[in-house]
Ligand binder design. Structure first.
Ligand SMILES: [Zn+2]
Length: 172
């Protein structure tokens, strides 16, 4: 993969695709993840899923520590949520929906399984922002966006807001 990764914006059909599992843990995958990380840090995102750069495969990256100045890249390939409990709420945003923020209800604690870059499985317990970000990114690979999880009224307002916003983005 030589070309630059391009961030896909709300309305792009790839964001609605249910992603398929990664089968090859090769150099291509490592290279893609490296580029995704560069893009995520450049735009100061909390996380980035593969279909947000046009690749409908089941993996995503996140970094909840960069804000504190101690970046720690997390890579989740073919992730699964094994157990979830409790509820929490957080004001979320998304790189694919620039400028929009809304409170979303999420599980407070997760127990997950995923694969690392070498294809080795690992399990982990996630809480707090890490659990929230994981669920946001996991939704992406299922073709779900955080605006799907807000109330019908808010969704109507969002759609109206987005129509104007979209013109600004395209006009650039
Ligand atoms: Zn997002």
């Amino acid at each position: 993969m030589k070309e630059e990764l391009k961030l896909r914006i709300y309305g792009d059909p790839v964001l609605r695709e249910k992603s398929t599992p990664v089968e090859k843990f090769d150099e291509d995958l490592k290279e893609t993840i490296k580029k995704m990380a560069e893009l995520m840090y450049k735009v100061k995102g909390l996380g980035l899923a593969a279909n947000q750069v046009g690749i409908p495969k089941r993996f995503f990256i996140m970094d909840i520590k960069q804000k504190e100045g101690t970046p720690e890249l997390e890579v989740y390939i073919n992730p699964e949520i094994l157990n979830a409990e409790g509820y929490t709420e957080y004001e979320e945003g998304c790189l694919s929906i620039p400028g929009y923020y809304a409170k979303v209800e999420r599980y407070a604690k997760l127990y997950i399984r995923a694969y690392d870059l070498e294809g080795k499985p690992f399990e982990k317990e996630l809480t707090g922002l890490q659990a929230i970000a994981f669920q946001h990114e996991y939704d992406h690979i299922e073709g779900i966006l955080f605006v799907d999880r807000i109330s019908p009224l808010k969704k109507e307002l969002f759609k109206r807001w987005w129509k104007k916003r979209e013109k600004e983005l395209v006009g650039k």
